[in-house]
Design a protein around this ligand. Structure first.
Ligand code: PYC
Length: 331
């Protein structure tokens, strides 16, 4: 049997976004966190089929739209990616909002604003539009916090590293310059990917990271290598690893939120401060500390992330269950 998905493809600051506008499964649950659990239990084959080769690729990332469970909100968003079904995705949100507005998939209750239900919590959007084009999207993210400092990791082929772990919608290990590691610019993407896998395995085998308010959000899924910016107006640069082989081409929204929470906990950022994050390809997100908050016992910040996205095409994708690669593959 053929299963068909109508997708709007594009990118946010260079990283792919595949918005599934038709064909997504009906999900049960009182909120997007419960719907995410239903999707993971029964429909993860859709994620695999749409994200991995031969229909996707190592960096592929996307979303599926759902009606909101609270009528004060505009829409619910489920995030799918080669790395899994994520609680939240920043570049995915900027792309999803741009595509659904430009394609008329949502009519905002208030012009210039949207309220998105995500598995990680409510994300508020302010967007700018010129004619049909959405020129920028600012998302005000869920509260983000530094979860652990200075964890010592033994990384095969690299050596000993100190890493911090912060949450910005996903848990990130952050590797800052230190003895033995100077800058992400000193290494190839392939080297960063190999070490990232080893560090992620080590961290998840030896530590447990669980969100204090939602135990379904757990595990250190992403890693961030940092370095000096190449552009005068950037605050910092980063390369985020996800999945098995991906380095984010965008500056990474949840990663930028996590890093801003780390900087705030280190006293390097406070409410009202801006943080311009640069990606491996030089694209930029403008971050800002909008407010302070608490997550369980952790001091937290409420970060915002501003960026842009472009549609590259419409894609009617078929998953034929007689295709031996119906559920994708990775080499
Ligand atoms: O922008 O949050 C993000 C993201 C997560 C994984 C790739 N990009």
């Amino acid at each position: 049997m053929n299963k068909r998905f109508f997708c709007i493809d594009g990118h946010t600051c260079g990283n792919p976004v595949r918005l599934v506008a038709g064909g997504g499964p009906l999900l049960s649950g009182a909120n997007m966190s419960e719907k995410r659990q239903h999707f993971i239990r029964e429909y993860d084959w859709i994620r695999k089929g749409l994200m991995f080769e031969p229909r996707g690729h190592d960096m592929m990332s996307g979303s599926i739209l759902y009606p909101p469970s609270d009528s004060n909100n505009d829409i619910g968003v489920l995030y799918i990616e080669t790395s899994g079904c994520l609680p939240m995705c920043g570049h995915g949100t900027i792309g999803t909002v741009t595509f659904m507005l430009e394609e008329g998939l949502v009519v905002p209750k208030v012009k210039g604003k949207l309220r998105l239900e995500t598995p990680a919590g409510l994300v508020k959007i302010d967007y700018e539009q010129e004619g049909e084009k959405v020129t920028s999207v600012k998302l005000t993210n869920i509260p983000s916090y530094l979860a652990a400092r200075n964890i010592t990791v033994e990384c095969p082929d690299f050596g000993t590293l100190q890493v911090d772990v912060a949450y910005g919608g996903n848990f990130y290990a952050i590797i800052d310059p230190q003895d033995g590691y100077n800058d992400m610019a000193d290494y190839s993407a392939l080297e960063l990917i190999g070490w990232s896998r080893a560090i992620r395995d080590y961290m998840n085998n030896n530590f447990s990271f669980v969100h204090p308010n939602d135990e379904t959000i757990k595990g250190m899924s992403h890693l961030m290598w940092t370095g000096k910016p190449t552009k005068k107006d950037s605050t910092a640069r980063n390369a985020v690893f996800y999945g098995e082989k991906a380095i984010d081409r965008s500056p990474c929204g949840t990663g930028t939120s996590a890093r801003m929470a780390q900087w705030a906990a280190q006293g390097k950022l406070e409410k009202g401060d801006e943080f311009v994050h640069e990606s491996i390809i030089g694209s930029q997100f403008i971050g800002k500390v909008e407010d302070t908050s608490m997550v369980g016992d952790f001091d937290a910040i409420v970060p915002s992330i501003k960026g842009w996205a472009r549609i590259t095409g419409h894609n009617n994708i078929i998953i034929d269950d007689e295709d031996p690669y119906a559920h994708g593959f990775s080499v």
